[in-house]
Design a protein around this ligand. Structure first.
Ligand SMILES: Nc1nc2c(ncn2[C@@H]2O[C@H](COP(=O)(O)OP(=O)(O)OP(=O)(O)O)[C@@H](O)[C@H]2O)c(=O)[nH]1
Ligand SMILES: [Mg+2]
Length: 247
């Protein structure tokens, strides 16, 4: 049977994690969860350990200090590749990403290398964001597509399912960005290799519990990163290889 891992970075998510574990373990598809906690001051790591002791499908990776979302994901991906997982998800731990969408993304991944849970394909589906935040995110999406040529409605999306072979195709040690641009960088590295990337509509809901970690330097990091990606792709606005079917 194919094995699926959800990688979930956490920093101060104590209100959300127990409920999240419950929701993921009651899905109609079997999934394992890897919590990647950066020594959260609110004790999320300890809660994660208690949940792991109770549920064999829950695992925890502890890191010593807050190092950003990107670093946490890279550590989680390496952990997944060292084991025998076939599908690996990125998912936030604040319920912005609905756990009930996991089976839909997984189904789409049967015929794709990467499935993006997209907030913007065919309309805008974001609940509880101020207009300023929405405009920033939509402008970022337009900026990315103009400069890089990537044809995605939501290039900064953080809810995704990767096939193992897609993660294996990336040199994880070369992924340098951390915030918004982490997602852009991953998409670009896969797209320019001709990987099959599909967008599936999801509804994104702003967190109800806990605090946002959004910061200004995330935006400036992305502005520079996008030009670097374009340059790495030989100043092309299309993939080096044409799109392949998922393998
Ligand atoms: N391990 C780890 N997890 C992080 C870090 N920063 C954020 N996270 C987690 O990554 C997920 C997404 O982070 P959010 O704080 O929701 O960031 P955001 O989605 O940009 O901002 P809001 O949704 O507006 O609050 C959540 O599960 C966070 O707990 C970090 O430095 N290390
Ligand atoms: Mg969030």
């Amino acid at each position: 049977m194919k094995k699926t891992l959800i990688v979930m970075p956490t920093y101060n998510e104590r209100e959300n994690l127990p409920r999240m574990v419950q929701r993921l373990l009651s899905l109609p598809v079997a999934v394992d969860l890897l919590v990647v906690d950066d020594n959260s001051p609110d004790g999320t790591g300890k809660i994660a350990d208690e949940l792991a002791a109770k549920h064999p499908n829950v695992h925890v990776l502890h890191r010593q200090e807050k190092n950003g979302l990107g670093r946490a994901y890279i550590a989680g991906f390496k952990w997944a590749l060292a084991k025998d997982y076939d599908f690996v998800f990125e998912m936030d731990g604040d319920f912005s990403h609905n756990p009930d969408d996991v089976p839909i993304l997984l189904e789409a991944a049967k015929d794709a290398d990467v499935v993006i849970g997209s907030r913007y394909i065919g309309g805008i589906r974001i609940i509880n964001w101020p207009l300023s935040r929405l405009m920033l995110s939509k402008s970022a999406a337009t900026y990315v597509s103009i400069i890089t040529g990537m044809p995605f409605a939501d290039p900064t999306a953080g809810y995704k399912c990767f096939r193992r072979s897609a993660l294996e195709a990336i040199n994880l040690d070369e992924v340098r960005s951390n915030g918004y641009s982490f997602q852009i960088e991953l998409h670009h590295k896969l797209w320019r290799q001709g990987k099959k990337i599909v967008e599936i509509p999801i509804i994104f809901t702003e967190r109800a519990q806990g605090h946002s970690k959004m910061a200004g330097n995330i935006v400036s990091e992305a502005i520079v990163m996008v030009w670097r990606l374009w340059f790495q792709n030989g100043c092309r606005r299309k993939p080096r290889k044409s799109s392949t079917t998922a393998s």
